[in-house]
Design a protein around this ligand. Structure first.
Ligand SMILES: C[S@@+](CC[C@H](N)C(=O)[O-])C[C@H]1O[C@@H](n2cnc3c(N)ncnc32)[C@H](O)[C@@H]1O
Length: 497
């Protein structure tokens, strides 16, 4: 739907507004106690290479340790959830309504305390503008997701004392012309409805939309029983927003699931050991090992308006170990990156035409779900650490598991575990998934000895990454398997994996 708006549309509302409707002081100053850093701090740079501000470690941070936990300064529950979730804390079972019986926003809360907090922090003011709520659904889905709905813009505008949000980048000059036009149209609409007569109001409201787009984090919740992740809403975390992106990150951001958890509490954990004075980075979208440099850079440019200059992107393919996915067809020892002129081990030239043909055939088999045929071809060209090989092995493992052939399934998942571990590291989310899968296959296949060591390793990785809190249900399953394995008598085991 088009966002087109004309001032005539809102004149009926502006007529009835007077300054008495508008009390800008309703918003409290931005709280700065909502974030707590651990062994890390924000550094402001003018140095372009460091991409503006960044977050640096002050001491060694061990893998799995929390670097920051932060509550959002600005948040907004997704419009589709207003009947089921509390608009203040985003928890379920919200049956208390807004004190204003005619509230145009149809908001619900889990209790009166949440209602009161939401009311005093922003809603008592927004509640007076039914005309703004009607613009929520007028945005295009995509556009709406990135910019946030009108309340998100308004909360940002007023919380920051009617200018841009302090110290957050907007990269506005890099947003496309049509996007900038939409920001202005929306800014004009808001300024007209609210009767904002300050000269700069439209510019500021447009800039804020750029800031929201570059800094908003989607608050997610995973239902482990159903295996689905739901986006609850959007939020801005003023401190965590200072963490830059890397395609080869050393930290991960997540929303905790500890008992009585606050769904909006963001945590960032080290995903590997970080030495002092190293920049802490998360991945906004892509992981180097999984996507080609060009694809990553294009997406980051389109979604977040910057040209990625992280370590992985600055490396050429020749330097990027993860790009060495092929196995030399001449000596079967050397690892090759696509198009590499000669093998470093045997010095011979690989036949890239032939490799490309085999790869294309293998891809066709993968598309058709013919994984055995794909694996036979991939085995000729790929190194056993290549993710492409690992993914096909994983699919084959699934097929064997469906047929309850756990021995073969485990063998395949062992192969995919190797590829994933070599690519993403021994302590990574990806490796944790493979370990979890493998432990149940080994258990089901009664390979108890091997299952024991894999379960212990899985528990280590889960704990190191904080997945014991985040994926509580999965973690409990691992603990349960470990307990059961303790009680298994030493059964002589014959199958070798
Ligand atoms: C969420 S902010 C991160 C903090 C930001 N550096 C600052 O000064 O506030 C995201 C912005 O930082 C910059 N940035 C983050 N990671 C980057 C990277 N890998 N390469 C280049 N610029 C990056 C981009 O301008 C991006 O839009």
């Amino acid at each position: 739907m088009d966002l087109h708006f004309s001032l005539d549309d809102v004149s009926q509302y502006t007529r009835k507004l007077t300054p008495a409707h508008i009390d800008y002081r309703v918003w409290p100053p931005i709280p700065n106690e909502s974030a707590s850093w651990n062994k890390a701090h924000i550094e402001d740079h003018v140095d372009a290479k460091k991409h503006g501000s960044s977050v640096m470690s002050t001491q060694k941070i061990s893998s799995g340790k929390v670097v920051i936990q932060e509550y959002p300064q600005i948040k907004h529950l997704d419009h589709s959830l207003v009947f089921y979730r509390c608009s203040q804390c985003f928890r379920r079972n919200a049956d208390v309504k807004c004190r204003n019986k005619n509230c145009p926003w149809d908001l619900h809360y889990c209790n009166k305390k949440c209602e009161a907090r939401h009311w005093s922090s922003s809603h008592r003011w927004l509640c007076r503008f039914p005309e703004l709520s009607k613009y929520i659904d007028m945005t295009q889905e995509n556009f709406q997701f990135h910019t946030g709905e009108t309340p998100m813009i308004l909360k940002s505008y007023f919380i920051s004392n009617q200018a841009k949000i302090p110290s957050l980048v907007s990269n506005l000059d890099k947003h496309g012309l049509s996007d900038r036009k939409k920001y202005r149209e929306k800014a004009q609409m808001i300024a007209a409805v609210l009767h904002l007569i300050r000269d700069n109001a439209v510019n500021e409201l447009a800039e804020i939309q750029g800031q929201i787009r570059c800094n908003t984090i989607a608050i997610r919740e995973t239902n482990h029983e159903w295996g689905v992740t739901e986006i609850l809403g959007k939020a801005i975390y003023l401190s965590a927003s200072k963490i830059n992106h890397s395609c080869d990150p050393n930290a991960i951001a997540y929303f905790g699931k500890d008992p009585g958890h606050d769904p909006c509490l963001l945590r960032v954990r080290a995903s590997r050991d970080i030495p002092p004075q190293e920049q802490i980075c998360i991945s906004y979208a892509f992981t180097a090992a999984k996507h080609e440099k060009e694809a990553r850079q294009n997406s980051l440019q389109t979604l977040y308006f910057f040209h990625c200059q992280c370590g992985a992107c600055r490396m050429s393919n020749e330097e990027n170990y993860a790009a060495y996915i092929y196995q030399c067809p001449n000596c079967s020892k050397g690892r090759l990156a696509a198009g590499q002129v000669s093998c470093r081990d045997c010095k011979k030239r690989p036949d890239w035409m032939k490799i490309a043909m085999i790869e294309q055939k293998a891809d066709t088999h993968v598309e058709k779900g013919q994984y055995v045929a794909a694996a036979k071809l991939q085995e000729i060209i790929y190194h056993k650490s290549a993710l492409q090989w690992g993914e096909v092995m994983d699919k084959l493992g699934e097929r064997f598991a469906e047929r309850e052939d756990y021995e073969k399934a485990a063998k395949c998942v062992m192969a995919s575990l190797k590829a994933v571990r070599d690519t993403f590291g021994a302590t990574s989310i990806e490796t944790s998934h493979e370990l979890k899968k493998l432990s149940s296959l080994l258990f089901n296949g009664q390979n108890y000895d091997k299952a024991k060591s894999i379960v212990i390793e899985a528990i280590r990785v889960y704990k190191a990454l904080g997945l014991d809190e985040q994926n509580g249900t999965e973690y409990k399953e691992l603990e349960k398997v470990k307990k059961m394995l303790k009680n298994v008598p030493d059964i002589p085991f014959t199958t070798k994996i």
